[in-house]
Design a binder for this molecule. Structure first.
Ligand SMILES: Cc1cc2nc3c(=O)[nH]c(=O)nc-3n(C[C@H](O)[C@H](O)[C@H](O)COP(=O)(O)OP(=O)(O)OC[C@H]3O[C@@H](n4cnc5c(N)ncnc54)[C@H](O)[C@@H]3O)c2cc1C
Length: 456
């Protein structure tokens, strides 16, 4: 089958490029090839009762399928150039912001209307942070919530299915340059296209590396973020989360001058498992619907590790640490902050007696046996710093789940229009290494679609 454009991956990057292409030109022949399921068939078998741990499904329902890794996420669309990716380095700051705002408009039009847009503009919290050695990053954040995010995705799918050929449960195995375009090989068939947009996210990171090697596309990789997910009573952070919902706060440690930052804050949310390439790490989300709220707030504390020559496998380093927690705990480990500070493991009975009740059934253990000292020291320092602006953060009962790892895809060498060194082959979203968030990934999809439309 010959297509004008084939999009690989139906995450936010792929969805928004398909949306923009089909909005402008209904005559184009477009396909989206996705290795996971359609939205309604995405169901992780872990139910905490019959299936307690990851059973290694052929495609992970959390990470793959229509909606990509973001489908069951908290649906926080951050409109900012301060974090979430470096799209602005390619398109310019103004254009990047305009693209993210455009994505926001589409989300509202497809079911997100009425959801809250938070902003750090004019907040007093910024000053309080500065007084305590903490730095609040500027952003607007649209919080769709896991439930509304799902509705938006359903509505976008209904719109796209009329105009796009979807191939689900279909992993693309290889991309070959042919005369006038590309040939994509899947398990059962081959598709050809004039232009190809690769948007395979984090779950496609290993495969992306193979593609780049085969097509001689230069890449580089040097970063991984390692840390823990913190869970505490929602009251402790309520003055921040009520006003800002998500506050991205950065702290420079006194000991090593490492940067530690808060990431993915979920007021009244739940802590969840995440499976990346068979390794179970931790994440979190929360619902817009108040009936699904918990008593706790969770967020990650992450330390970025940048490596220099001769080491290239930053993700391998992160994986090894996560594997250690999987080896000791059979999955994610949970520890009371008080136990960590006293140099002892948390036990099932200590967790059962804890005032903060865990929202994830993780294995009580000792994170100091898993995390490198320098990283753990940074996290402890940051918890103590946060305690000054949110007293109670450093309480003994605060729960720490490990390991949270943010794997960064290697950075693919791209031109300003996100095209690779192979003409007509674009790489967008988290799979390109350029973005690490819903809004940036979606914006990169719109941007590339417009570039293609201008050429066709
Ligand atoms: C639990 C969780 C919560 C999150 N919460 C937030 C949040 O609140 N805010 C935020 O900004 N970000 C959040 N993120 C990150 C966000 O989901 C990603 O940044 C975003 O989804 C990236 O979009 P993408 O389209 O680049 O890739 P993805 O969403 O990862 O989509 C890539 C798709 O490509 C498919 N694929 C991979 N390889 C192949 C192949 N060979 N053939 C065919 N298909 C393939 C995958 O199955 C997948 O569906 C969260 C992530 C997780 C896991």
């Amino acid at each position: 089958m010959k297509y004008d454009v084939v999009i690989i991956g139906a995450g936010p990057g792929g969805i928004f490029s398909a949306y923009e292409l089909t909005k402008e030109r209904t005559d184009l022949k477009i396909a989206v090839v996705e290795m996971g399921n359609p939205l309604e068939k995405r169901k992780c078998p872990i139910d905490g009762k019959r299936v307690k741990a990851c059973i290694g499904c052929k495609s992970c329902a959390i990470m793959s399928g229509f909606g990509g890794a973001g489908a069951f996420s908290d649906g926080k669309y951050n409109i900012t150039n301060q974090f979430g990716g470096t799209l602005y380095e390619y398109v310019g700051r103004e254009e990047a912001t305009a693209l993210m705002q455009y994505v926001d408009e589409i989300n509202l039009a497809f079911g997100g209307e009425g959801t809250h847009l938070y902003s750090t503009a004019n907040t007093k919290i910024k000053k309080t942070c500065l007084e305590n050695g903490l730095h609040l990053l500027d952003a607007q954040v649209r919080h769709l919530g896991t439930d509304i995010n799902y509705v938006v995705l359903q509505n976008l799918y209904e719109r796209l299915r009329e105009r796009v050929d979807f191939f689900f449960n279909t992993a693309v195995r290889s991309i070959q340059a042919i005369d006038g375009g590309y040939e994509l090989q899947t398990e059962n068939e081959s598709l050809t296209c004039t232009r190809c947009i690769v948007s395979v996210g984090r779950s496609g990171s290993k495969w992306m590396e193979q593609v780049c090697t085969a097509l001689h596309i230069p890449t580089r990789s040097n970063r991984v973020d390692i840390g823990v997910r913190v869970e505490l009573p929602a009251e402790v952070f309520s003055h921040l989360t009520d006003e800002l919902y998500e506050s991205k706060i950065v702290y420079r440690t006194e000991k090593f001058e490492d940067l530690v930052r808060t990431f993915c804050m979920n007021p009244h949310g739940v802590v969840v498992n995440e499976n990346t390439n068979g390794i179970v790490t931790v994440n979190g989300h929360s619902y817009e619907d108040k009936r699904l709220h918990t008593e706790n707030t969770n967020f990650a504390l992450l330390v970025s590790k940048h490596f220099s020559e001769p080491f290239h496998d930053s993700n391998g380093y992160g994986e090894s640490i996560a594997r250690l927690s999987n080896m000791l705990g059979g999955g994610v480990i949970v520890q009371r902050f008080g136990d960590l500070m006293r140099g002892r493991r948390s036990t099932p009975s200590r967790i059962a007696e804890n005032y903060v009740h865990p929202t994830l059934a993780a294995t009580p253990g000792d994170l100091s046996l898993v995390m490198p000292k320098r990283i753990l020291d940074g996290i402890i320092e940051m918890i103590c710093a946060l305690d000054k602006i949110a007293p109670g953060t450093a309480n003994d009962d605060t729960l720490l789940y490990g390991v949270e790892v943010k794997f960064y895809n290697m950075e693919v060498a791209l031109a300003k229009n996100l095209e690779t060194t192979c003409p007509g082959l674009y790489v967008i979203g988290d799979g390109s290494g350029v973005t690490h968030s819903l809004s940036h990934a979606s914006a990169s999809g719109v941007y590339v679609a417009r570039d293609i439309l201008a050429k066709i």
